[in-house]
Design a protein around this ligand. Structure first.
Ligand SMILES: O=C(O)CCC(=O)C(=O)O
Ligand SMILES: [Fe+2]
Length: 213
């Protein structure tokens, strides 16, 4: 397995003093994607994200998974960790983030965010292929998946599931928040493409309601 590369302190976040802290969610801006899907974006929601990155990189019990593909067993190109609704988040800030998101979206979502999913992209060879989060209720119902990104910027790509149409590309930087909502998981697909650029590691933190996966 590839070795784990850690960020140099303050490589991304020069203003890093004190611990990590969340800004207000009032600056969220909505992009209407179409077919009932939307994407809310808030660059720089988390300040002082270096410490969170380092903490998660070092303490989360990252899992390497394998998957059957075309009758071969292949490595899933990223490391994973999941925290069910009743598990203690791996950093208190993530509990705060989940509570803030639940408050902000209470009326529109109608239920709180519950579970945490984490992905560790070690370098540009790590990726996630086109998919919707359709294992759970997202296959049938409108829902939301919120993603806080720390570490190296990577691109979140989105495309309509049917009928082609242009690919929407959002760079996700250190401390940025995006929320996929409405029908996004069933009418659109998303991916984090591989890149040939020499990029460092990124951690994606996903917040989902119960039964969405
Ligand atoms: O890396 C990301 O932010 C996206 C991860 C993702 O789509 C997933 O785990 O379902
Ligand atoms: Fe996903």
């Amino acid at each position: 397995m590839r070795s784990t590369v850690h960020l140099q302190p303050s490589l991304f976040d020069d203003a890093d003093t004190g611990g990590p802290r969340l800004g207000p969610l009032g600056g969220l801006r909505r992009m209407v994607l179409g077919d009932g899907a939307w994407l809310d974006v808030l660059p720089g929601w988390l300040h002082g994200a270096d410490e969170l990155f380092e903490h998660l990189a070092a303490t989360v019990p990252w899992r390497a998974e394998q998957r059957e593909m075309y009758e071969r067993t292949v490595d899933v190109p990223r490391l994973l960790a999941s925290y069910p609704a009743d598990a203690e988040p791996p950093h208190p800030l993530l509990g705060e983030a989940r509570a803030a998101l639940s408050r902000h979206y209470a009326r529109e979502l109608g239920e709180p965010f519950r579970t945490l999913g984490l992905c560790y992209y070690r370098d540009g060879r790590d990726s996630v292929a086109w998919h919707g989060d359709r294992i759970g209720r997202g296959a049938r119902e409108d829902t939301m998946v919120a993603i806080l990104s720390v570490g190296e910027p990577r691109t979140l790509a989105l495309r309509p599931r049917s009928g082609g149409g242009p690919v929407v590309r959002r760079p996700l930087g250190h401390g940025d928040l995006v929320v996929m909502g409405g029908s996004c998981q069933r009418t659109w697909e998303h991916a984090v493409p591989k890149t040939a650029r020499p990029v460092g590691p990124r951690i994606s933190i996903q917040f989902r309601p119960r039964g969405v996966a």
